[in-house]
Ligand binder design. Structure first.
Ligand code: HEM
Length: 190
């Protein structure tokens, strides 16, 4: 959908890895700053769990003069927090570069506080590796026109988990021989 971002990402990856290294290095952790920013922007823009997970207050809490009784179910509106115009001037725009301008900006996709996602560091590592490997192995081409808006383009807007509409894309190997060799030699980590 955004070949310009794909090209920028590829240039950034190829500062370290050539197309003869399609699987990059499994030990590489967050070295490519543009990919770190791209992953963060995907997580911000497509907030997967828009209302995080429900929580119950364990005691009475007074917030801005209002008493929230013990036993109240509370949802964090992570989507609204990620789109906060007090944090971002252009929250509706998909723009990885924002994370270079405002590195410490909050990102609510993993929830907040001491019950936030326990797997966020693992998820970030997996996403980073998936992005560098996929983008260095394939040129991804658009096939179908699909509404990629994070709300309108949702398969089921009532679902707890955001899922995109089904669409087709074409994955064209950048260096078919190198990819075949790398996959032949690939050994899964136990
Ligand atoms: C992109 C991937 C992921 C997203 C967007 C995500 C998001 C979330 C969110 C929003 C919560 C609720 C936080 C809250 O209520 O404040 C959560 C909780 C949790 N997540 Fe994830 N998660 C992801 C991947 C993972 C992975 C890979 C693991 C484990 C390997 C994991 C394990 C957990 C656990 C154990 C909790 C419950 C934490 C608690 O209640 O103390 N998550 N996650």
């Amino acid at each position: 959908q955004r070949p310009d971002i794909q090209d920028t990402a590829l240039k950034a990856i190829q500062k370290t890895y050539g197309t003869d290294e399609p699987l990059c290095d499994a030990e590489d952790d967050q070295q490519c700053e543009y990919i770190v920013a791209l992953v963060r922007e995907c997580l911000r823009y497509y907030t997967v769990l828009r209302l995080a997970l429900p929580r119950v207050s364990v005691k009475d809490v007074v917030y801005e003069g209002i008493r929230i009784p013990k036993g109240t179910v509370i949802f964090l509106n992570a989507w609204a927090c990620n789109m906060d115009p007090k944090v971002w001037q252009d929250p509706e725009v998909f723009r990885p570069e924002r994370w270079f301008e405002h590195e410490d900006a909050p990102m609510f996709t993993y929830g907040m506080g001491y019950r936030m996602c326990a797997g966020s560091l693992l998820a970030n590592r997996e996403l980073y590796l998936t992005f560098i490997r996929l983008l260095n192995s394939f040129r991804i081409e658009k096939v179908d026109d699909v509404d990629v808006h994070p709300v309108r383009g949702n398969m089921d807007p009532t679902s707890l988990v955001s899922m995109p509409q089904r669409y087709r894309a074409r994955f064209v190997p950048r260096n078919g021989n190198a990819l075949r060799n790398a996959l032949d030699k690939f050994v899964a980590v136990n």
